[in-house]
Design a binder for this molecule. Structure first.
Ligand SMILES: Cc1cc2nc3c(=O)[nH]c(=O)nc-3n(C[C@H](O)[C@H](O)[C@H](O)COP(=O)(O)OP(=O)(O)OC[C@H]3O[C@@H](n4cnc5c(N)ncnc54)[C@H](O)[C@@H]3O)c2cc1C
Length: 396
């Protein structure tokens, strides 16, 4: 495999770098670091950056031009994401642009596309994803939220959990059971509705890092027009799986990992010597651990290249996406651990605004990283996929 840019790819990279330069994006990255990208305040603060992305079509790099996207090839998308991450920037598209929009293009009616795609692309409407329930996570097809049809409407009752950004979202797309007597994968439909529909309530869940990222969402006799169903009735599982493919193909990306490690190296050089383990017992061990992380980040990058190469050949990464997700999410946790250990006992300090605040970030990062091997499919689920689809082992 030739890992260097072709002349066309190098020209595209130059174009991306000029764009980043022109829109003063670095300042924006610093302003929003660590904040929920979907919150109204951050959306207002990042409007200039978003407008620039929308104007170039790069807010939705994978979308066809007819829907206002950039129609970029898989490799160009990767270059764009790589350079944004390298500069500490994110494409502020969210669930709508990355997953729901592309799914709507495939399964939506002309009216649904007309109503939603433009608003998603322009960032006027923020979406959340109602998949998981208290007894349906890895085994998602066990979901119990019921949608009973009454004329032109479904009446929705039940509960979702771990719904990221539901407190900021304007709309939800979700899976509900429309035929309880059918085999579990065949009685599910995909519905969408505004979050301010009567009967929808959102209850915050605070994670162990003291962040409010996800929520419980309850439905009590919520009325959803049948015209808000995406795809056929009882075929929602297959519509949902199109969306999950988009989720998986993005989730294992290692872009940004090397930037984090460069930041950690700089932090090690800058921190007052008495606040790190470098000059003490443990310093050598830390240097060795950091070197391991550096090598592992390079491996994670190669996994990303593998997936991009598959996509560039118009194929969908399968167990390869799981390999990348597994390795990268576990690496994220190891980097968080290595970061914490740099500061020795200072590492366990919470950010209290004291001069040692840098180590306070390490503690928050360590706790925040725990979820990376759960979100988007747990490590065990990824290993099952690699074992059965990749290695051909029998199911347990
Ligand atoms: C940060 C974060 C954000 C999230 N955002 C959303 C969101 O926006 N919308 C949404 O719908 N969901 C969201 N989720 C939920 C996420 O999809 C689920 O947590 C995940 O799918 C696991 O499901 P579960 O929590 O029910 O765990 P379970 O499925 O109950 O798993 C419990 C344990 O059993 C193991 N296990 C389960 N099945 C198997 C098996 N077959 N073989 C071996 N081991 C197994 C798992 O690996 C895990 O260790 C989010 C989760 C996190 C952490």
């Amino acid at each position: 495999m030739d890992l260097d840019d072709t002349p066309e790819q190098a020209a595209f990279r130059t174009q991306v770098l000029a764009f980043i330069d022109q829109h003063g994006a670095k300042a924006m990255a610093e302003e929003t670091e660590g904040e929920a990208l979907l919150s109204r305040e951050v959306r207002a603060k990042t409007k200039g950056w978003r407008d620039a992305l929308v104007a170039s079509g790069w807010i939705a790099p994978a979308w066809p031009k007819e829907y206002g996207g950039a129609g970029l090839s898989a490799t160009e998308q990767f270059i764009l994401n790589e350079e944004l991450a390298e500069h500490g920037l994110s494409n502020v598209g969210g669930f709508g642009v990355m997953m729901f929009g592309p799914t709507l293009m495939i399964h939506g009616t002309p009216e649904q596309k007309q109503e939603h795609l433009g608003k998603i692309q322009r960032g006027e409407v923020v979406w959340c994803q109602g998949w998981s329930e208290p007894s349906a996570g890895s085994d998602l097809a066990s979901l119990q939220t019921r949608a009973i049809r009454e004329g032109d409407e479904y009446v929705l009752n039940g509960q979702k959990i771990w719904t990221s950004g539901a407190q900021h979202a304007d709309w939800m797309y979700m899976l509900a059971r429309t035929d309880p007597d059918a085999p579990k994968h065949r009685g599910i439909s995909l519905l969408m509705f505004p979050m301010d529909s009567p009967g929808v309530s959102v209850r915050p869940l605070i994670n162990l890092a003291n962040n409010h990222g996800f929520n419980e969402v309850f439905f009590e006799d919520v009325r959803v027009p049948v015209s808000n169903r995406v795809g056929e009735e009882n075929r929602g599982w297959y519509v949902g799986m199109t969306l999950t493919d988009y989720e998986r193909s993005g989730i294992g990306s290692a872009v940004g990992t090397q930037r984090r490690l460069r930041g950690l190296r700089q932090a090690a050089l800058d921190a007052p010597p008495e606040q790190t383990v470098l000059g003490r017992t443990g310093g050598t061990m830390w240097r060795l651990a950091f070197t391991d992380r550096w090598i592992e980040a390079e491996i994670a990058r190669l996994f990303s290249y593998l997936n991009i190469t598959i996509q560039a050949r118009n194929m969908v990464p399968n167990y390869e996406a799981s390999m990348s997700k597994l390795f990268t999410s576990e690496l994220n946790q190891r980097i968080a651990s290595t970061t914490l250990r740099l500061y020795g006992l200072y590492g366990s300090l919470w950010d209290t605004g004291r001069p040692e605040a840098q180590s306070g970030k390490a503690a928050a990062g360590y706790l925040g990283a725990v979820s990376s091997t759960i979100a988007g499919g747990t490590s065990e689920v990824q290993r099952n996929i690699i074992a059965t689809r990749g290695l051909g082992l029998p199911r347990g």
